[in-house]
Design a protein around this ligand. Structure first.
Ligand code: OTU
Length: 610
């Protein structure tokens, strides 16, 4: 379908949703349509030809992602070009570049305080460099994802500066108040995202004598999407980015983009209307670009951001619930947590991003009801996980830090690299070979847990070489209060240089991760996974999944979440129709499901095909 056909196809829905948000604003809708037409007519032919296959690329079983900070990985965009060979060797086909748009001067929340949505952060290059880099990666079959921070701008964005100078038009782009009466009313039902470093949700602007809503840091001003001009401008910026040829846009902090007094201003119904509009506009104007939603909220709430077939929202979402269950099961060695996760039906054109670590902390968003049914006290269990990954429990293998510890509620999240949280750091410190071996197995298992599931695996750069926590952020005034910098550090190219010759732990991790990716691509990868279910069986330390590919092949994944030997009783698989001789594709073993039981060693896992 071309632009006109898509427009005809989607405009009824688009108008319906638009007028629900902006009743009676025919004028504003007309302006929006003109904007869309303008973008379409200036869109390059090369992109229009990419548009023909739409978002198909996203669902290709080959799509494997990594996220990285350009400055930390390669200093700048030009040098990033030189490293495409590294990604090809690893088997990466999608790179999420952490915030690259021009951030605020000074402290900027790792780039999530954007001053200009149409310029590149000058520390890493120019728009010209970005386009060159994009072209290079596209020519190498690698797609690029960038961040679009929709909830807020930096306090030195042009709109904010105009608002500060007294321009009422731009004051209406934000939530500004003459005094603290309304902010106080809002606060009664609001939570705090950064209770320690940025308490409260409003900031007093001395120069202006007004209050402004700042859900995150005080220098991140919340945009007011109740104003159709804001929606218009943010669509304009979005289409600007899609017209450069960016393949995926990560929409930051989406649960927060609509505020209603008396609520917690999260996950409001209007957010879904806004996202539905973004999706339709993308489908019409830039169908090759996909939306990745970042909604790190309760499991049942995250999944809603895919939308429904009749009103689709994000193409993909972070599977934060699964991420949390990975760490939960690794700490408890109890696979029931992960096995009893709710399985969701999602629209056919939706896809989860599976991952274990990212640039943020791990927030323990567990399903409290389920924990209670399992006999755990959710509060006590969360405290256990916090202490476990801090490493303060005596038998914890983990090294991490607390993030946003709240002394009033004793609540916290955890920071740390995958390898350090999985025990590598402690093992090295103690020079304990046995612990080292276990840590390496754990790192491998964690990667396998998200690499082989249905969806797009997303690595966090540095984890593939087992980088450890880095304390140098404590010396930087702009970073020292934000422990997420513990796991945001320069990529260790020295380790990579020796990866093939040396026998270091880092080279072991690299080879191990690379082999898993290769397996996914070669043995599993050629046929997309159509169906996936968790297999119920009686060994509480085992996590078993069955998958069916589009070619109707069966895959059985069996993970031992503990460092003890475990047995799987094959008669329990019979009710799923499993029997016969299977081939384990990583180790090349044969697995006979007609035998009474099969044994798995410490943290061992099988990826088996009939
Ligand atoms: C996101 O995270 C980014 O990933 C963070 O790096 C930013 O600091 C933040 O937005 C502000 O731009 O609260 O602890 O439900 O959980 O958006 C991280 C979504 C966050 C929020 C998430 C936010």
């Amino acid at each position: 379908m071309d632009f006109e056909e898509k427009m005809t196809d989607l405009s009824d829905m688009l108008e319906k949703d638009y007028f629900e948000l902006y009743p009676g604003r025919n004028d504003a809708l007309k302006r929006l349509y003109n904007l869309m037409k303008r973008h379409h007519s200036s869109r390059s032919d090369a992109l229009k030809s990419r548009d023909k296959s739409g978002s198909d690329w996203l669902y290709s079983p080959d799509t494997i992602g990594i996220m990285l900070y350009v400055d930390l990985f390669s200093n700048n965009l030009n040098k990033l070009i030189e490293h495409s060979g590294y990604f090809k060797e690893l088997g990466i086909t999608l790179i999420h570049l952490m915030p690259i748009l021009r951030p605020r001067t000074g402290e900027n929340d790792g780039g999530y305080a954007v001053q200009d949505y149409r310029s590149i952060d000058s520390r890493i290059g120019t728009m010209k460099d970005f386009k060159k880099m994009l072209e290079h990666y596209h020519a190498n079959g690698i797609r690029i994802c960038i961040d679009y921070v929709v909830n807020h701008t930096a306090d030195d964005h042009d709109w904010a500066i105009k608002a500060l100078s007294g321009d009422e038009k731009y004051q209406k782009y934000y939530f500004m108040f003459e005094n603290d009466t309304i902010p106080k009313q809002f606060e009664t039902s609001l939570h705090e995202v950064f209770p320690k470093v940025a308490p409260g949700n409003f900031t007093y602007l001395e120069d202006l004598g007004k209050w402004v809503m700042t859900t995150f840091y005080p220098f991140q001003w919340d945009l007011n999407f109740r104003n159709p001009d804001v929606f218009y401008e943010m669509v304009d910026n979005l289409l600007y980015l899609t017209d450069i040829g960016v393949d995926m846009i990560r929409l930051d902090a989406i649960p927060y983009i609509w505020k209603t007094m008396g609520t917690d201003c999260k996950n409001q119904p209007e957010v879904h209307l806004l996202l539905g509009l973004f999706r339709k506009i993308i489908e019409i104007c830039a169908p090759q670009t996909t939306l990745l939603g970042e909604a790190i909220v309760e499991p049942d709430t995250i999944v809603k951001y895919f939308g429904k077939n009749e009103r689709l929202e994000c193409h993909s979402l972070y599977n934060a619930s699964y991420m949390v269950e990975i760490w939960n099961s690794i700490a408890t060695r109890d696979a029931r947590h992960i096995s009893w996760m709710k399985e969701y039906d999602i629209p056919a054109t939706s896809i989860w991003i599976n991952y274990a670590r990212c640039h943020d902390d791990i927030g323990w968003g567990l399903d409290g009801e389920r924990l209670r049914r399992m006999g755990f006290d959710p509060h006590a269990h969360k405290s256990f996980l916090i202490d476990f990954y801090l490493g303060s429990l005596e038998d914890s293998f983990s090294s991490g830090e607390l993030y946003e510890f709240n002394p009033l509620t004793m609540d916290a999240r955890n920071s740390g690299t995958l390898a350090s949280l999985a025990g590598l750091e402690k093992a090295i410190k103690l020079s304990d070979d046995y612990l080292l071996e276990l840590a390496l197995k754990r790192i491998r298992l964690i990667h396998a847990l998200f690499l082989f599931r249905k969806g797009i695996p997303m690595l966090y750069s540095g984890d593939e070489i087992g980088q450890l926590n880095n304390l140098s952020y404590l010396d930087d005034g702009h970073k020292k209060n934000d422990s997420r910098w513990l796991h945001r550090m320069a990529f260790d190219w020295e380790q990579v240089a020796g990866i093939h010759s040396m026998d270091s732990v880092h080279s072991k991790v690299f080879k191990s991760v690379k082999q898993l990716i290769e397996t996914r691509r070669t043995y599993i990868g050629h046929a997309a996974i159509l169906d996936e279910n968790i297999v119920r069986q009686s060994n509480d330390q085992l996590f078993v999944i069955r998958q069916t590919t589009v070619e109707n092949e069966s895959i059985l994944l069996i993970f031992n979440m503990s460092e003890d030997r475990q047995w799987l009783y094959t008669n329990e698989l019979k009710r799923y129709g499993f029997g016969g001789v299977w081939r384990e594709v990583i180790q090349g073993k044969t697995i006979d499901l007609d035998k009474k039981r099969i044994v798995l060693g410490p943290y061992e896992f099988f990826v088996t095909k009939l």
